[in-house]
Design a protein around this ligand. Structure first.
Ligand code: FAD
Length: 467
């Protein structure tokens, strides 16, 4: 017998049984690639699962779920490994790893894509952009499409085309019993509702099918920079400028010390700046007119908002979120950038120590807000802005201090908190998960959990325990 988790033992025979028919790879603690395979994006998380089942296909996922079930093992599900609190890896758990499942099939005529669960955002864009198409997703290419979609999926084209889930047509899923089911608007509709925002609570998704929308291949996009000390005026102008912005415009405001990247003028490197990062997906001339007032406001110190390939824009923030650094986030939605919120934002931004800390304020609204709140499990469609207050350091050094900065900043905004995006939560407990969905929706999700996973087999996630 091998002790693989506290209170759990497995016979060599049981592991051999799993290994037997498995097409992918079983990685135990003595496997040569164990340390590589257990790593996730957030370098501050260092956990040692008992066994990693790297699934090659649907049959492997079914076998893995049944195996975990039969042996009563705590199960962690991993696709892109980008969960902020590291839900996809746990000490002594059985990790079901879908990252080898990389299939993408684009149908340019039907404008659809079938995408397996291990695909990353950049990999999907790579396949859709040759046809001038895209699925709404997120803003960093190495994020996993699976976890992102199951939480909602916010990104550069959402104000025009909605969240990732708003273009989701169907999923294939393995239930807690290891059974294969489909969910769509016509089949298992309740499950389909819950999967669009309810995260990994209801099963393991093996494949997604999306509608694709026309985007690019060129967009008018990039950051405009001001000195951070000008941020009180920049943000006040910005909030009025975006108030009636067309859906084609999506913006993210970033406060940070300017990074030493090729598109940032050398004299700014390391200096505190505020950037308004734009992405205009419509006609470029019209976009120039819409963006001009912001460009011309005050004394910008750099402006690299220009026509460029959508793929390039999608990858622009990758260097700011390099895997392996130490990260910590706390998030909240607000209903508007009031004077108080702006002053708090600037006050805390000026206190950023780490040169790697870079936190986005997302402009919401547009197509996201036009879908009825009850249509999907996702909560917070009416949020005006989403704060994702995040800190980063290269190693443990300085991390505590930066984390304290996040907590203080987030607490200072507390009187204005409304909802919170579930995919931006840390491990913050049930109250915060409830806040993500609102009371009524949370109770519906609990009832759905009772139907599809009454034993809470899938609990290493932003967990919604069954009623
Ligand atoms: P994983 O850690 O692999 O999975 C996270 C959780 O999702 C798992 O614990 C599990 O509960 C569930 N899950 C994953 N795969 C499956 C599956 N196949 N079936 C069932 N459940 C599953 N979010 C946005 O909306 N927009 C962004 O632009 C954005 N940018 C980000 C950038 C970075 C650098 C990072 C780290 C995160 C970003 N996020 C963004 C948040 C992101 O949506 C979540 O972290 C999401 O969980 C990542 O999915 P993943 O598959 O990479 O994560």
């Amino acid at each position: 017998m091998t002790a693989i988790a506290e209170g759990f033992t497995l016979s060599e025979t049981a592991l051999a049984e799993l290994q037997g028919g498995f097409r992918g790879e079983i990685v135990g603690r003595d496997h040569i690639s164990y340390d590589e395979r257990r790593k996730i994006w957030n370098g501050s998380i260092d956990r040692r699962p008992a066994v990693i089942a790297r699934c090659a296909g649907v049959a492997d996922v079914m076998a893995a779920v049944k195996f975990g079930r039969k042996h009563g093992l705590p199960v962690a599900v991993r696709s892109g490994g980008h969960s902020f609190p590291g839900h996809s890896v746990a000490d002594d758990a059985f990790m079901i790893d879908l990252s080898p499942m990389k299939g993408v099939r684009v149908d340019p005529d039907a404008r659809t894509a079938r995408v397996q669960a291990g695909v990353l955002l950049g990999e999907l864009d790579r396949e859709t952009q040759p046809f001038g198409l895209a699925a709404p997703s997120g803003i960093v290419t190495h994020t996993g499409l699976a976890g992102l979609t199951l939480g909602g999926g916010i990104g550069w084209i959402m104000r025009k085309h909605g969240l990732a889930i708003d273009q989701l047509r169907r999923v294939d899923l393995i239930t807690a019993d290891g059974e294969f089911v489909k969910a769509s608007a016509d089949e298992n509709e309740d499950l389909f509702w819950g999967l669009r925002g309810g995260g990994g609570n209801f099963g393991v998704v093996t494949e997604f099918e999306f509608n694709l929308v026309p985007v690019g291949p060129t967009v008018l996009a990039g950051p405009i920079f001001w000195a951070m000390e000008d941020s009180p005026e920049v943000l006040r102008f910005y909030r009025d400028w975006v108030a009636d912005a067309p859906d084609e415009l999506m913006t993210i405001v970033i406060h940070r010390k300017a990074p030493a990247l090729p598109f940032v003028p050398e004299e700014l490197h390391g200096k505190p700046v505020v950037m308004v990062v734009c992405c205009w997906t419509g006609d470029h001339e019209e976009g120039e007119q819409v963006i001009r007032p912001m460009r011309e406001f005050g004394k910008s110190v750099a402006d690299v908002c220009m026509p460029k390939p959508y793929l390039e824009h999608q990858a622009m923030l990758d260097p700011s979120f390099v895997p392996g650094r130490w990260y910590y986030f706390k998030s909240c939605d607000v209903q508007g950038l009031t004077d108080e919120i702006i002053d708090i934002t600037v006050d805390h931004s000026l206190r950023i120590e780490s040169p790697l800390t870079s936190f986005p304020i997302w402009q919401m609204g547009g197509a996201v807000a036009r879908v009825d709140e009850d249509e999907t499990a996702f909560g917070g469609r009416n949020a005006a802005f989403t704060y994702n207050i995040g800190a980063a350091t290269a190693t443990a050094e300085g991390f505590e201090q930066e984390r304290e900065w996040v907590r203080n900043f987030w607490s200072a905004l507390e009187p204005w908190h409304t909802t919170v995006y579930v995919n931006f939560l840390d491990a913050e407990g049930e109250e915060r998960i409830r806040a993500a969905y609102g009371e009524e929706k949370y109770n519906c999700l609990k009832a759905l959990k009772r139907k599809y996973d009454p034993d809470n087999f899938f609990r290493l996630n932003q967990n919604i325990p069954p009623t």
